[in-house]
Design a protein around this ligand. Structure first.
Ligand code: SAM
Ligand code: SF4
Length: 294
């Protein structure tokens, strides 16, 4: 396949065909995220995307899942997205789902009718970085959104019948703001019926560390990193507070995590909290730092 690197995909898309329809991220300003800093955002010409699909038909004819890369494929206009989805479903007889990342502005820009049309055309799963439910911390990390805007956008996608997988970054508030981070994140999550909820662990690239800290200072806040034990405490508080009306599948299976967990919330709360307690007491091993990554 013709990829421009670096190329990222969610852990659950490990076996999917990755089809790059944009390069980079249309926002690219979150202070914690260095994933696309070296890429200028661009939309891959439709003819080249269609060429890639032709190549994929030869290489992976039995494709069941497609992930549209890069950072916010949902940025593309409706005609292009619908054309790509149509060609994909016609090209792969076994195709079951197409998914992509979405950033807050994508869900505000697209109308309810457009999201409905995309879902009907087979874009049925969106991966969305909530990161935190704290309005103050969203400013510190320059996410470019607020809890109420994110809730409105996510509700719109859910109302359109889409499945949503939301990510939260543990450690984002540091030692001083971790409780606010977790409590307000749980509030946001509990107000929605998300399909999946995943936690990642803050992993700051050396190139952006200073900028990340400075942006806290500009909001008159201080960022002091959390230890692994602190992160386990954040995870335990988050799990204990998650009680949405409809069950949510919970995972911390991303490579950044010290302790991989999976379950359904709220049902599996006690099982997950027991696993966290045994990790805190050193009875189960954490993933060594050298094995972690983004
Ligand atoms: C490639 S981004 C795409 C998501 C989409 N652009 C958005 O912002 O919602 C995937 C996710 O990786 C996570 N991520 C990015 N940088 C991270 C970091 N330094 N530490 C931990 N998680 C990070 C964030 O949760 C982010 O939403
Ligand atoms: S977290 Fe998402 S929106 Fe923010 S810079 Fe990274 S890819 Fe772009």
């Amino acid at each position: 396949m013709n990829y421009s690197y670096p190329l990222y995909r969610p852990p659950s898309e490990a076996n999917s065909l990755i089809l790059q329809i944009t390069e980079g991220c249309s926002f690219n300003r979150c202070s914690f995220c260095s994933m696309y800093r070296d890429k200028t955002f661009s939309e891959k010409p439709l003819e080249r995307v269609l060429d890639d699909i032709q190549l994929a038909i030869q290489l992976q004819p039995n494709t069941r899942r497609v992930f549209l890369a890069d950072g916010d494929a949902l940025y593309r206009d409706m005609d292009t997205l619908l054309k790509i989805l149509d060609v994909l479903y016609k090209s792969f007889p076994n195709l079951e789902r197409v998914s992509s990342y979405a950033l807050p502005n994508n869900l505000l820009t697209k109308t309810s009718e457009e999201l409905l049309a995309l879902n009907k055309a087979g874009l049925t799963l969106l991966y969305y970085g909530v990161e935190t439910g704290s309005a103050a911390l969203l400013k510190c990390i320059t996410k470019g959104s607020t809890p109420s805007k994110m809730t409105a956008g996510l509700q719109k996608a859910l109302d359109a019948g889409m499945n949503v997988s939301a990510t939260v970054i543990l450690g984002l508030g540091g030692k001083h703001h971790w409780r606010e981070h977790i409590e307000q994140t749980a509030e946001l999550v509990n107000a929605l019926n998300l399909t999946y909820l995943s936690t990642l662990q803050l992993t700051l690239d050396d190139v952006i560390k200073e900028e990340f800290i400075q942006k806290f200072h500009r909001q008159n806040r201080e960022y002091v990193p959390q230890s692994d034990d602190d992160i386990l405490q954040e995870q335990a508080l988050l799990i204990s507070l998650i009680s949405p009306k409809k069950s949510v599948t919970f995972r911390s299976n991303h490579a950044s995590n010290a302790l991989p967990l999976k379950g359904v919330l709220p049902q599996d709360k006690e099982i997950l909290l027991t696993q966290l307690r045994s990790a805190t007491h050193g009875e189960s091993q954490l993933v060594p730092t050298w094995l972690r990554g983004l």
